[in-house]
Ligand binder design. Sequence first.
Ligand code: 18C
Length: 258
Amino acid sequence: EEFRERLRQKQLAAPQKSATTHPLWPQIEKLTIEQLGYAQQDVEGGVWQLFAEEGEMKMYRRELEEDGLVVDPLKAVHQVRGATAHEMVHHFWSPDVRFEWDTSIEQMTVLDRISADTLIFLQLHKRVWPTAQRDALFWSHIREISSSDPANGKAHDTWIVCNQSAEHPDAPNDGKYVRIDLTVCFVCQTFIDPPPAEGQPITRDNLLVKITYCSVVNPGGWAPASVLRAVYKREYPKFLKRFTQYVVDKCADQPIAF
Ligand code: 18C
């Protein structure tokens, strides 16, 4: 008992882990701002080619190869009704629900908690025949963009999740799997559309969320371009449709969380 009490006192006295003093922080801060700007740039104007479209969902890519490997940047836009930006990004970021929607994952570990809004993940992805199995180690940061930020525009609120590859002493790249290099951002904005009748409360019928998902994934190792582009074309639309529907369904009978 005494030991437990001493331990508890020690934990209470320990300084709170603060993200802003973590060595990764400058990089997290810089990338988050950069990715927000990148996500909000228009896709019209030439460089992006539409490769998938379904209802409101549009997916664009730029063909790009690095050292003979396909790394095609992806930019997808979508909009759905019935959920808020906060609800969307929360489910995208939270390790608790990842297996409920990300079907590309075989294992997931939270290696580190940098702060309440920043985690380090290690994920083992499903193997794609005929190439080696991949894993990914990345930090993941969730943030609300201040309403006075011009990036908020006419939205009720704006949220972002940024994921980027990192290194961690608990999971060195020992060659057992091929390590993916990724930069991903997921930006959501809530619009109150259509507005409720005067004096009426906002219900889920008044919620419209606009979503932008951007990614650049370098698969590492060896992978034939044709297989990679086929996986890409099949998996990205499947992911975004499945994920957004999952959040809408999950939140349907919950109080609205802005
Ligand atoms: O953003 C997404 N998820 C986040 C939380 O998990 C996070 C993860 C990003 C990892 C992206 C890379 C995933 C590679 C998976 C390879 C196997 C997929 C196919 C499985 C089929 C059974 O940000 C949502 C991610 C949605 C992933 C869509 C697939 C993207 C494919 C990109 C090509 C990279 C291929 C790598 C190896 C394949 C070799 C042919």
